[in-house]
Design a protein around this ligand. Sequence first.
Ligand code: FES
Length: 92
Amino acid sequence: MVTITVCVGSSCFLRGASQVIEGFRALIEREAPGVVELKGSFCMERCGNGVTVKIGDVILADVHPEDVENVFREHVLPALGRNAECGQHVHH
Ligand code: FES
């Protein structure tokens, strides 16, 4: 089980935190249902570099909605013990 925590403080919210959450939600549903927990959090005190996302114990700054898929492949799937290369590429 991996936990993704997305900052929904006001600064991150303005930078697209809700789209980031929605992006993760869709990826989890498609690729890792039931093994990734998605949570919101109050300000993580990195407001200048939002959106701030925490994956397990690793804090990532500057996550924009368009980065979500890469972050998922590079940080979430490996944390689940999956090879990032194996994921299918999906276009919207
Ligand atoms: S509002 Fe997200 S780090 Fe402060």
